[in-house]
Design a protein around this ligand. Structure first.
Ligand code: GCW
Length: 660
């Protein structure tokens, strides 16, 4: 493994020369708790440099008195910070709250606040705040753009100082659950629930537990066959149930810090209940029941669709699949089962509508899945800060009830009173020195954690925090970098596929343009362009997908005149001559946005160049190199997309620019 790594946003750059002495006292909490010890340890090393030379336990004389105090009235995992010029208290009712309070104190001080200004109370928006690793046991990472796995190497589990730093970073932004292995569970990973790996998984889970993080494993639904030698993995088969019961007893016995399992079933070749004519609910509930005695939970993914579609088939619509498979069983899922739903109905495109399943389900635990691994958003080569997208998702009004009906309300459990609820991200890390390949992609890692803890934070607040903690730039430079991050998603969208249609990417790898790459494939991902127009009719005259939403949204999406334009081609097949609200035709919009997007990518690079000498040279070089690649990519997208539509439509660019 790579033995060198950065401290990301925990480098504590803003050093004052206060040199105060700080005493530290723990009141009401169990001082032997590992999480409290971690909190103290973070405070001691973090405050060193920010405020003082040294933090001491219960000193006789000191300048600042720091107290971590148990106060039962504070909400679960929440905290309150109270301070004046010579004292600060971290109040919490549980260990995680105390740890998060400690990190908040360090963050606020590092961001430039004075001690006396640090007064805040926070309750996490979401009970579950999770990272999903798609790490394979051979060390590769599915959709990984930052090197190899730091959990797995040659089918063995690695636990070292880097693991601890990883846990610290995650806890510092409020993450409380980590799934360590890929949802596509094959080969060695199937054996993670056997004594071949128990010792090491336990060791790993203990490091996480020190930071208040529960460990989760992805399961192979066919484990009864592959490990148990049974002939089937039918969830209603008595032998299968018996096998899982024994397995759960063994696994939870060996792994006390295990939170439960994540399951991808009946999807993209993975086994599942459909093979036996059973439903997704049958599969999820069976596993839910076997882990229930141990307090375990089952997180069941809703990414189930027909991936062997015929492109000639205009009726089957991949976008419909999640809702079609899961909605009918709303209310049938057991209490310790959560459905994990991707933000869009397709697959993490740069622009998709919000999955109608979110809020479509009203009697089922549900959580949101997003992807910070930039599979379709530039592979951590292209700059694409995703918080603006996630904010749109969270703010979306589902109309599932009169009020408290946004995605944030639903997935936090607020809307329907679910205790199991939250957000998960497919993570963007690997063993690269800087963890995320592109130094700037760490803003998404930081941002997801912060946003899942506090969905009210704005994209800009998160960006500024991350920049302050990571680079400590002067205000004018911080403003520049903030602006770059905030514009980057829109810029990427402009030079890639237009108005919500998605895809048009190189098959398999998903970087760079290939307009027809998925047009005649089996994956259900078509743009249906011909010489007159482009787009998929998902209205009531087409696949009917728009009808899966509550009335207010359904009516809007169904009508091309009312449909938000950024999603126009997702919902409708539109002629190139269609007039958009700007007065431009669709074809002219395609040309203009592609020329603009590429030019704006070049501006991003120019702005970045002005930060030379302001950020460490290693960072500058890393990001500059990626911008060179991004501009190459943006040009390819621009020219291929524009040429493609010019050739299909025969309509020239009104501005007479070069199209091939
Ligand atoms: O986005 C697609 C990816 C697959 C992934 C799948 C999923 C882990 O291309 O690589 O498999 O989604 O979410 O399960």
């Amino acid at each position: 493994g790579n033995k060198e790594w950065t401290q990301l946003w925990l480098g504590y750059k803003n050093v004052s020369n206060d040199n105060k002495t700080v005493s530290c006292e723990v009141v009401g909490f169990n001082k032997d708790s590992q999480v409290i010890k971690s909190a103290l340890c973070e405070l001691k090393s973090g405050l060193k440099g920010i405020l003082s030379d040294e933090v001491v336990d219960n000193a006789g004389s000191y300048d600042i008195a720091l107290t971590i105090k148990k106060v039962d009235a504070i909400a679960k995992e929440g905290f309150k910070l109270e301070s004046d010029t010579s004292s600060v208290s971290i109040l919490a009712s549980d260990d995680n709250g105390a740890l998060y309070g400690a990190f908040e104190l360090l963050r606020q001080l590092s961001c430039g606040k004075k001690l006396s200004e640090v007064n805040v109370e926070k309750t996490p928006s979401n009970p579950l705040r999770m990272m999903n690793h798609w790490d394979n046991m051979d060390g590769s990472i599915e959709r990984g753009y930052s090197g190899q796995s730091f959990f797995f190497e040659n089918k063995e589990i690695v636990v070292d100082e880097r693991t601890r730093d990883y846990a610290r970073f995650m806890a510092s932004v409020g993450i409380n659950g980590v799934v360590i292995n890929n949802v596509n569970v094959k080969d060695a990973a199937t054996y993670l629930i056997t004594d071949r790996y128990f010792d090491k998984v336990k060791e790993l889970s203990e490091v996480f537990a020190d930071y208040g993080i529960k460990t989760y494993l992805s399961l192979n639904f066919a484990a009864p066959i592959e490990l148990g030698g049974l002939e089937v993995c039918d969830p209603l088969d008595e032998k299968v149930i018996g096998w899982w019961k024994e397995k759960a007893k063994e696994v939870f016995g060996k792994l006390p810090h295990l939170g439960g399992f994540l399951v991808k079933a009946d999807s993209e070749g993975r086994p599942g209940p459909f093979t036996y004519g059973r439903t997704q609910a049958d599969g999820a509930n069976m596993l839910g029941d076997v882990v229930a005695p141990y307090g375990g939970i089952i997180i069941w993914r809703c990414f189930v669709y027909n991936c062997t579609q015929d492109w000639r088939d205009y009726k089957t619509d991949r976008a419909r699949a999640g809702y079609d498979y899961f909605k009918d069983f709303d209310g049938a899922y057991h209490d310790n089962v959560i459905l994990q739903i991707k933000n869009g109905p397709m697959d993490f495109q740069i622009r998709e509508p919000i999955s109608p399943l979110i809020g479509g389900l009203t009697k089922t635990n549900q959580m949101l899945e997003v992807q910070i691994a930039q599979e379709y958003t530039g592979h951590q080569i292209d700059l694409c800060y995703l918080m603006p997208m996630f904010k749109e998702v969270l703010g979306f009004k589902t109309y599932c009830q009169k009020e408290n009906d946004t995605v944030a309300d639903v997935v936090s459990g607020r809307a329907f009173g679910n205790k199991l609820a939250g957000m998960a991200a497919v993570i963007n890390t690997g063993n690269d020195k800087n963890w995320t390949g592109n130094y700037l992609a760490a803003a998404n890692l930081y941002g997801f954690g912060r946003l899942s803890f506090d969905t009210e934070l704005s994209s800009e607040e998160i960006a500024r925090e991350w920049i302050r903690l990571t680079f400590a730039l002067e205000k004018v430079d911080e403003d520049k970098l903030t602006d770059m991050l905030l514009r980057s998603r829109e810029i990427y969208e402009k030079y890639t596929s237009p108005l919500g249609i998605g895809w048009m990417v190189t098959p398999h790898d998903h970087y760079g343009p290939s307009v027809d790459g998925y047009e005649y494939s089996r994956w259900g991902t078509y743009h249906r362009a011909d010489h007159l127009g482009i787009g998929v009719d998902r209205s009531d005259k087409g696949t009917g997908y728009a009808q899966q939403y509550y009335k207010e949204n359904a009516e809007k999406y169904n009508d091309p005149e009312k449909c938000p334009e950024e999603l126009l081609l997702f919902f409708h097949h539109i002629p190139y001559t269609w007039k958009l609200k700007t007065g431009k035709t669709l074809i002219q919009h395609i040309y203009d946005s592609h020329f603009e997007g590429e030019a704006e990518a070049e501006q991003l690079f120019e702005t970045w160049k002005s930060l030379e000498g302001k950020v460490p040279s290693e960072v500058f070089e890393n990001v500059s190199h990626r911008f060179e690649l991004q501009i190459y990519n943006a040009k390819e997208w621009r020219d291929q997309v524009n040429s493609y539509f010019y050739r299909k439509s025969g309509i020239s660019d009104q501005k007479g620019r070069k199209i091939y």
